[in-house]
Design a protein around this ligand. Structure first.
Ligand code: UDX
Length: 445
């Protein structure tokens, strides 16, 4: 089938590459010529495991093309995926200008029936706005070409996006038109093999499902982070509590890891946007507000622990950071906890020596060259001349360091583990104090 994808960002590229891989002919459109040039010369603008190879092989097979020519895009696909960004407005609500611009482009150039598929995470009611934008643009040129708008939210996890697309937990199709539902079912058939995971529902429920899923997951994390602070206060160990409650299948072991807060492109933005939607309709969403507030406080926690440890004396000190991305296997630093910590350390007059396996370039892009930031070539050299070590991202390679080497390099033998990934007793055995989340500090001896 012929598919057009508007927006060659994270969601657009993964969707395009995976749909091409199963035999569709996919044309990806983006307004950024630099991005399209890069893709056409074999580059990939984002880091996602497996995506480079998938794009390369499908490009070479002629099933995946990239262009800035929006008109050609509208002519190409029966399916017109909208996968452009919905950045937050000042008040936290999703900014729809890019989504609606694509809708108008489609309305302007469509010469036959098209299915507009909303992949971007958009507030409830957006499909109606997309349809209105198409109708208005058609009316302006005196056309009345038939179309449908479908809400088909994505549930990709960064770092596992290809796997998530190829073997989805569910495929949500929001439409009021049974014929359109069948066409989407055919498009998704290769990803819906072993048992039927495709759910057809009304458009508004589909739009809300995406927000509900992310808000629920964010709630689990904030709940555990709140509990971890209570655990510390009462002298309990949150890790024991986590295992204790996770054994109840109604609670489950997944997504109940406390830490230094959630980041990324989805949770913070979507929780805020859902809160904003509720408020705009006159409902006060107290739980969503608390989920966000707890996360905000949690991101400041590591700085507080470091500052307390050094009795407020951080000026001139150097703190080593392991991990900069908001989670492992990505270079994405949107809303990353590392940024809150680095900015607090700088404000207190400290310097940062950081190492991340893939996010160094992204860090340079965000912060530029500055005297109080050094990006080290590997984890151990980040410790050279550092007073203490803080761990921000649970990259696998940080999980069992040589504690004797760490001890030898740090001026003050202390580790602040924001993801609870180390074995504190091993750190103690090497003479290091181990400060983590939701547990009292473990001191050697
Ligand atoms: C998330 C959803 O998982 C995905 O379904 C949705 O489509 C987009 O948003 P993503 O943002 O890629 O995906 O990351 P995810 O792996 O869910 O992690 C989000 C954040 O939560 C990370 O900062 C992670 O460190 C944190 N987290 C996760 C915790 O602090 N504790 C946990 O138990 C799980």
């Amino acid at each position: 089938m012929d598919v057009t994808i508007f927006g060659s960002g994270y969601v657009g590229l993964v969707t395009g590459a995976c749909l091409a891989e199963v035999g569709n002919t996919v044309l990806c459109i983006d307004i950024d010529p630099a991005k399209i040039d890069l893709l056409n010369s074999g580059g990939v603008p984002i880091y996602e495991p497996g995506l480079d190879e998938l794009i390369k092989s499908n490009r070479e097979a002629g099933r995946l093309r990239f262009s800035t020519d929006a008109e050609a895009g509208v002519r190409h696909g029966l399916f017109q995926f909208i996968a452009v960004g919905t950045p937050p407005d000042e008040d936290g609500s999703a900014d729809l200008q890019y989504v609606l611009a694509v809708a108008r482009t489609i309305g302007e150039h469509m010469d036959g029936y098209r299915i507009l598929v909303d992949k971007s995470t958009v507030p409830v009611g957006t499909a109606d706005k997309v349809a209105a934008a198409v109708r208005e643009t058609q009316a302006a040129r005196g056309a009345t070409v038939e179309f449908d708008v479908v809400s088909n939210p994505e549930f990709l996890k960064e770092g596992a996006a290809i796997e998530d697309f190829m073997r989805p937990d569910r495929i949500i199709v929001g439409t009021d038109n049974p014929r359109t539902a069948e066409l989407l079912r055919a498009l998704y058939a290769p990803f819906n093999r072993s048992h039927d995971r495709l759910m057809v529902m009304d458009i508004r429920s589909a739009e809300l499902t995406k927000y509900a899923a992310n808000a629920m997951l964010a709630t689990k994390i904030s709940f555990m982070n709140e509990l971890s602070n209570i655990a510390e206060a009462v002298g309990a160990d949150i890790d024991k509590v986590r295992v204790g409650i996770g054994s109840d299948p109604r609670i489950g072991y997944q997504f109940i890891y406390p830490g230094c807060g959630y980041g990324g492109s989805c949770f913070p933005k979507d929780v805020r946007a859902l809160e904003q939607t509720a408020r705009s309709l006159g409902y006060d969403p107290q739980l969503l507000h608390a989920v966000e507030a707890v996360n905000f406080r949690q991101k400041e926690l590591l700085f507080k622990k470091i500052n307390d440890y050094f009795a407020g004396d951080l000026k001139g000190r150097t703190i080593a950071l392991w991990g900069l991305s908001f989670k492992p296997n990505t270079d994405d630093m949107r809303e990353a906890s590392s940024r809150v910590l680095m900015e607090s350390l700088w404000a207190a007059g400290a310097s940062v020596r950081a190492f991340d396996p893939v996010a160094a370039d992204e860090t340079r892009r965000i912060y530029g060259e500055r005297a109080d930031l050094t990006l080290a070539a590997d984890a151990m050299s980040a410790l050279d001349g550092a007073d203490a070590l803080a761990i921000l991202t649970e990259w696998a390679q940080f999980r069992s360091p040589n504690f004797a080497t760490v001890h030898g390099k740090l001026k003050t033998p202390v580790i602040f583990d924001g993801r609870n990934i180390l074995d504190g007793r091993l750190a103690n055995a090497a003479g290091l104090t181990y400060v983590s989340i939701g547990r009292l500090p473990l001191r050697p001896g």
